[in-house]
Design a protein around this ligand. Structure first.
Ligand code: KIV
Length: 295
């Protein structure tokens, strides 16, 4: 049975840690799902870790829908949350509604995530009223890096901390079912978590959140351009993949691959017949080649 937003809210009530991981493709989503991770986020971080951009800003709705569909095909049980890209929900309410609808209807996701607090409160209210579950995202909101002055921790000074708490309460009031807290100081995350009835899911926000989320490429050690301070690599797959690619290239060059074992056999008589001049197909082909040479 697929996890629902009710299950996620009940996990907070039971004090059970909520796990979320990103995934961007079918194979990875299937693995994450089989590991019993209840929430999969198709994060717009895919712009960086899959598409090679230096921020999430260039990511489009088409990119997101394409990857969401693949993840949904691989996730049989997890709640799939689609991350709304930059400026697909801020410009107008109809825009927010039609783009969120695409995630649910075309992409097959069960919820959407959007960045911001009070500034997007109306959008959250409208989407929830229309039956689209919304996950909020506060703190370091990567779509606003130019405004924030880079990928920096948020909420360390009193005004910022107060604003973040206020934003969290507004998102809850407007119907968000959970809130991601990114790069907020641990004591502030803990305070916000204690003030909310909906779960907080932290990334670089300390252990006091109701749940944790990580970017799968960091967890697997696949993305090596940089490793954020809050990330922990549980494997070093980039190195293993490079070794496999180098081994393949070397075996093809040295004729060690493919061998008989990887080849398809057939009745040698057929080949002999094809080689024979009497074969009508061979004769026709040779006649054609000869005509081509003459003309
Ligand atoms: O895009 C993403 O992967 C995210 C997570 C870091 C929360 O927003």
């Amino acid at each position: 049975m697929r996890v629902t937003i009710t299950d996620i809210k009940q996990m907070k009530q039971r004090g059970e840690k909520i796990l979320m991981l990103t995934a961007y493709d079918y194979v990875t989503a299937r693995m994450v799902d089989e590991a019993d991770v209840p929430v999969i986020l198709v994060g717009d971080s895919l712009g960086m870790v899959m598409l090679g951009y230096d921020s999430t800003i260039p990511v489009t709705m088409e990119d997101m829908i394409h990857h969401t569909k693949a993840v949904v095909r691989g996730a049989k049980n997890a709640l799939v949350v689609g991350d709304m890209p930059f400026m697909t929900y801020q410009i107008s309410l109809p825009d927010a509604l039609s783009n969120a609808t695409r995630f649910i209807q075309e992409g097959g996701a069960q919820a959407v995530k959007l960045e911001g607090g009070e500034a997007v409160a109306e959008q959250v209210r409208r989407l929830v009223a229309c039956g689209i579950p919304v996950m909020g995202h506060l703190g370091l909101t990567p779509q606003s890096i130019h405004q924030l002055g880079g990928f920096k921790a948020q909420g360390r000074v009193a005004t910022e901390a107060g604003r973040l708490l206020n934003d969290a309460l507004i998102l809850q009031e407007d119907g968000a079912f959970a809130i991601v807290l990114e790069c907020t100081p641990a004591p502030l995350s803990e305070l916000i978590t204690s003030k909310l009835t909906i779960p907080t899911i932290g990334i670089g926000a300390g252990p006091g959140c109701d749940g944790q989320v990580q970017v799968i490429s960091d967890v697997l050690g696949l993305y090596t351009d940089f490793v954020p301070r809050h990330a922990k690599q549980y494997a070093r797959l980039a190195g293993e993949m490079k070794n496999a690619i180098t081994a393949y290239a070397s075996e093809v060059r040295s004729l060690a691959f493919p061998t008989q074992e990887h080849s398809i056999t057939m009745d040698s008589g057929i080949i002999a017949e094809l080689k024979a001049e009497s074969n009508p197909a061979v004769i026709a082909s040779e006649a054609k080649q000869s005509r081509a040479k003459q003309s």
